[in-house]
Design a protein around this ligand. Structure first.
Ligand code: FA5
Length: 351
């Protein structure tokens, strides 16, 4: 019996050496250690031995079993390493010193302008928030004082999903969530709510040089005790002079949005035609509607869990896509969504 055991051990060793892939190894494992394997079979032959012999022989077989399992695992590891080595040898040689072709593309002008606005507002203590593009009717309209059947809904037709949710038509859709998120800090620690939330918006409308069905806005809100229109004007002016790095002609006129009271339209003088003659980029008016804004309506504060008797705030909805047009002198908004590398490759400076 002992001799048989030694023979099996030697046979396994030579067969392991000869095994060159995972399948051959698996065959060996089954052949030696499987239910009908030769090592397992040795145990069955023990029935004719004396108790003493059974004990000794059993121990030796178990030891062999363990050794066999270990040798198979070791060989398996060796084969894996050999495989990797072979793959490395087959790989073509790379010369890491060859200069790359500089054709990595560039940031989209809207990304550049968004980052610039984020930088400006974060230095003034604003948090930057992200918000989903698919929202509920409550988030987009009802929470901001636009109840069902309100005439103001006509201003923003959008795309609806079968489950009743919609692609947000305005970043104001995040207002309620922001007020609820930061309201507790305002009430408990007296920390003003200061947040901006850039995002993609969608509207079902005819496109022209200044209107796209998919465009970007950046909403901002600030709420604290004694916030007034002067604060709003200060932040708007600071943002515009930082973005454009020059004085821009601005006009503020009354504007109606159910979520602000009073509400304003903030227009900038068209930078494509200089504002005098008018051109397609400003609908021939010399002015571009850029950033409607106003004092947050008491109903909106209330819906966001904030007491309008104690706190006031402002909100603005900056048209980021139009800001990019003005900053980079892009005459037609549709170029920005065209995917044309010829157009976009002009904005390569801020890689
Ligand atoms: C709004 O969307 C309001 N939610 C803004 C607001 C926020 C007002 C907070 C008050 C307080 P409006 O529909 O005017 O308002 O859009 C805001 C800006 O988004 C516009 O001035 C314009 O710059 C940009 N915008 C609107 N529609 C389009 C469009 N189809 N294509 C490109 N830009 C657009």
């Amino acid at each position: 019996m002992k001799e048989k055991l030694e023979q099996l051990k030697a046979k396994l060793a030579s067969e392991l050496n000869a095994a060159v892939d995972a399948q051959a190894l698996e065959n060996l494992r089954v052949g030696y250690l499987g239910k009908k394997g030769s090592i397992t079979g040795l145990l069955k032959e023990m029935k004719n031995l004396s108790n003493e012999e059974k004990k000794n022989f059993g121990m030796m077989v178990n030891e062999l079993k363990q050794q066999a399992a270990e040798s198979i695992a070791k060989r398996s590891q060796e084969l894996k390493e050999l495989e990797i080595k072979k793959e490395i040898e087959l790989m073509p040689e790379f010369d890491l010193t060859i200069p790359t072709k500089d054709d990595r593309g560039s940031y989209h002008p809207i990304t550049l302008v968004q980052r610039e606005c984020e930088r400006i507002f974060t230095t003034m203590g604003f948090n930057v928030e992200d918000y989903p593009e698919v929202v509920t009717d409550y988030e987009c309209f009802e929470a901001v004082n636009v109840p069902k059947n309100h005439p103001a809904r006509d201003m923003q037709d959008t795309y609806y999903l079968e489950n009743g949710e919609l692609l947000k038509s305005q970043t104001s859709a995040a207002q309620n969530a922001i007020l609820r998120k930061y309201g507790p800090q305002l009430k408990e620690k007296g920390m003003p709510i200061r947040a901006i939330f850039p995002g993609r918006c969608f509207r079902n409308e005819a496109t022209d040089a200044t209107h796209e069905n998919t465009f970007f806005q950046m909403e901002g809100v600030m709420v604290d005790k004694n916030i007034s229109i002067s604060n709003l004007i200060y932040f708007m002016k600071t943002m515009l002079s930082e973005v454009f790095q020059k004085d821009i002609k601005v006009r503020l006129r009354p504007g109606f949005f159910p979520f602000v009271e009073p509400g304003f339209e903030l227009d900038i003088s068209c930078l494509i035609c200089g504002g005098d003659e008018g051109c397609p980029s400003c609908n021939h008016s010399g002015w571009l509607e850029l950033c409607p804004c106003g004092m947050i309506h008491p109903e909106v504060l209330k819906e966001g869990g904030i007491d309008p008797e104690e706190y006031t705030g402002f909100a603005f909805g900056l048209g980021l896509t139009r800001l990019a047009m003005m900053k980079y002198g892009i005459k037609d908004i549709r170029d920005l969504n065209s995917g044309s590398l010829k157009v976009m490759s002009q904005f390569t400076d801020d890689k």
